[in-house]
Design a protein around this ligand. Structure first.
Ligand code: ATP
Ligand code: MN
Length: 457
């Protein structure tokens, strides 16, 4: 068994950008590194090169220059030598998911006369890093497989520095937050491309909008199949609905769905902010979501009701329609969430906690729309035909079908003005018009409490 098989087995290299574990050749000098790693727990990883791998310890409190501090160091699996340069994020849900900062690196030497014992300890050594210097000792605790102590020896370097002062990367100078927010390496082409002339909105404004809302938007969109609307030449140019996966950028998730005649279609989903921003880079400005997750496309996990008013209907009547729908959902104890469509109407979204087949999801939505129609026949119709809509509101339940989409919360709408399909609280229904929240207004509203905070639980 190779020394790095534990390292390799724990990781999915399709998902993490950490280096694959390969044993390296012996170098002339022994290298070491320390990575600050904020994962489930905040800790520092000390790694010493030995026989072609990095022998590694996780030090919860980090090293200390004070010889009185005995810092617990938990032995972990050997890492490949290439790991000494790794800095970045490890995806949520993956092993070690979180943020890694390269905190120190350099060379190390065993102290002459003390042959390092990596099995039983002690290891007495000198660090020649940019932050850690001088003599150190690692001793193994008795009767314990993995617990060691990391102690600074007294020498000219003891009490040399307070390590808490070092909160940036020695590789890139970034703080943890900056590493986390970095969208690693997506080149934005044509940032100044004009998307709207008046008021002027450029492509980079749209990129910045999606970055700003990503914390709220992604939990509602990630791992969900999507389609986007692409506008390669601004809001006035032609657009197309992009439904299928294309293998052009590495940030999207692929979901292959078999349809009837032995046929299959490739759909896609966004896994994180990189996927979101790289889509915008490719001129996808509107995001539309399926009502299910990519991990289970045969069950709906939400219902969407779209209220489409006849053109002549007052806003007051439309709002009453939303309230009537809510009252029915309340009767059935279905919690519901409200957003503007960014266009002519409002959308009411009902998260489903139980597994509901698409057939049943459609039936539930249909029943609710028909119930509204039966209770208030002159106000609402569940019939899609425009001719049946005169003076009424169409309660669009039809989009609760496998493969149908609705605009994602926080998605921009490329309409006459640049609006947002904005999550709002129920008591804002009477105050906010369907197309009232513009891109700029949406960014300002992020300071407020999240009106959909309870959506995902
Ligand atoms: P409004 O309030 O103005 O009615 P809306 O979001 O409710 O806005 P539309 O923008 O008309 O309604 O979109 C209708 C539905 O069709 C949406 O659910 C959208 O996901 C979907 N859709 C939009 N464009 C396409 C397309 N080219 N192909 C397939 N579906 C589309
Ligand atoms: Mn609509």
């Amino acid at each position: 068994m190779s020394k790095l098989s534990a390292y390799n087995n724990k990781r999915n290299f399709n998902k993490t950008k950490e280096p694959m574990g390969k044993k390296s050749k012996k170098a002339k000098r022994l290298r070491f590194c320390i990575q600050h790693h904020i994962a489930r727990k905040d800790h520092y990883d000390l790694r010493l090169e030995w026989n072609g791998v990095l022998i590694s310890w996780a030090v919860p409190k980090g090293p200390s220059y004070n010889p009185k501090d005995k810092r617990l160091a938990i032995k972990v699996e050997d890492h490949p030598i290439d790991y000494r340069n790794f800095e970045g994020t490890i995806p949520k849900g993956e092993y070690g998911g979180g943020t890694v900062m390269l905190w120190d690196k350099g060379y190390w030497e065993p102290i002459k006369g003390y042959k390092p014992n990596f099995k039983e300890g002690p290891i007495k050594f000198i660090l020649k890093g940019s932050r850690l210097k001088g003599m150190w000792t690692l001793v193994k605790l008795k009767n314990n497989d993995t617990s060691w102590l990391l102690i600074k020896d007294k020498d000219e370097y003891h009490l040399y520095d307070d390590i808490n002062e070092f909160n940036t990367s020695i590789k890139t100078n970034r703080t943890m937050d900056e590493i986390k927010d970095n969208i690693k390496h997506i080149e934005i082409t044509n940032p100044d491309k004009i998307i709207y002339k008046k008021p002027k909105v450029t492509k980079v404004d749209i990129i910045n909008y999606y970055k700003a809302v990503s914390k709220r938007m992604l939990p509602l969109m990630e791992n969900r199949l999507i389609s986007t609307i692409r506008y390669p030449s601004g809001s006035k140019g032609s657009s197309f609905f992009k439904k299928h996966f294309e293998n052009l950028h590495k940030f999207l998730g692929l979901k292959r769905i078999k349809s009837k005649k032995e046929h299959q279609n490739d759909y896609y989903y966004i896994k994180d902010i990189n996927g979101l921003i790289s889509e915008v880079q490719m001129n996808s400005y509107e995001f539309h979501v399926w009502g299910c997750l990519a991990s289970d496309v045969s069950h709906a996990d939400m219902l969407v009701f779209d209220l489409d008013p006849d053109e002549l209907l007052s806003l007051k009547r439309l709002r009453k329609g939303v309230k009537d729908l809510k009252s029915i959902l309340d009767e059935y104890e279905l919690s519901s969430f409200l957003k503007t469509s960014g266009g002519k109407g409002y959308h009411v979204v009902v998260p489903l906690n139980a597994k509901v087949t698409w057939k049943n999801a459609r039936l539930i939505a249909k029943n609710i729309a028909e119930l509204m129609e039966a209770r208030w026949p002159n106000k609402y119709t569940s019939n899609m035909k425009k001719s049946k809509r005169k003076g009424k509101i169409f309660i669009d339940w039809v989009r609760n079908t496998k493969g149908a989409t609705s605009v994602a919360p926080y998605s921009l709408r490329i309409r006459k003005k640049l609006t947002v399909s904005m999550p709002i609280s129920w008591n804002e229904l009477d105050k906010i018009k369907p197309d009232e929240i513009t891109m700029e207004e949406a960014i300002k509203r992020l300071k407020r409490k999240d009106p959909w905070q309870k959506f995902n639980n």
